[in-house]
Write a protein that binds this ligand. Sequence first.
Ligand code: UDP
Ligand code: MG
Length: 321
Amino acid sequence: MNDDLPALSVVVPCYNEAAVLDQLHARVSTVCRQLFADDYELILVNDGSRDSTWADILRLASEDPAVIAVNLSRNFGHQLALTAGLTICRGQRILILDADLQDPPELLREMLPLMDGGADVVYGRREARAAEGWFKKTSANLFYRALRHMVDIDIPADTGDFRLMSRRALDILNSMPEKHRFIRGMVSWVGLRQVAFSYQRQPRVAGETKYPVSKMVRFALDAITGFSIQPLRMASYLGLIFGVLGILALFYAFHSWVTGSVVAGWTSLITVVLLLGSAQLFVLGIMGEYLGRLYIEAKHRPLVVIESIHSLRYQASEMKA
Ligand code: UDP
Ligand code: MG
């Protein structure tokens, strides 16, 4: 291992998190100083916040050499903000954390020995989700179970992005160029030695969730389309089922014609037309999801735009942006 690299990088994406930043900094610093003295860095990525988050991050970076302040040019979303931090960090081990302290940084003390025991990824598995709403818990539960059915790789259930990674695992993750990033799944894809670590998920210390239902749906779509073509296959099955039903209906129609009992049958007709119409649109929609993603990948745009990086420890020119 290269001794110039800090022993640990903590990477935190922040979107409108002014209410929690000072607490976050205090708690992370306490744990890290105890474990690594000053041989660590705390990367705070401002994801186009609209409150005073960036000013606060800058203030922390001007007081504490361990803090590296990263400003994105606009709001890119949780997974891309995290990606920006992960490409900039230099640590030999990397801890991914949410700004809201739902995943206690103090757990690092228990996660480190697992990594020293040979694991490349130590991922947090949520045992209980204190004070999270009924809807969030149920939807997350359903989502992770459905996802596990649809994908070939082993994406563990009840697992967020809270995890400790080795440098070699991160280097592989960083080499994956896809735009729609579902990071916890991509880390599973990497493989190597991954170990679970059970913990109690805490309530947010302040502020409110930055994941409204619309973002949750987008996140779920990225996860499914990013790791599975099962929905496309489902479309073929659906076509097959309707094909068989159609043939049966044909027999019936032929029979009615032969026996001369041809009926008016508007109700059955409109039912079939509506059902078939919506099934076709549904299938087209699924194909559109994949096509749209192909289109965006094909443009080869950079994943995120980093506007500036500030740190007492490094010159901006030393940092890869
Ligand atoms: N986040 C971000 N950009 C966004 C939305 C969220 O960087 O567009 C960050 C947010 O600041 C937090 C993390 O992603 O550090 C997780 O968000 P949050 O805690 O609101 O999600 P939840 O825990 O409710 O799922
Ligand atoms: Mg949270």
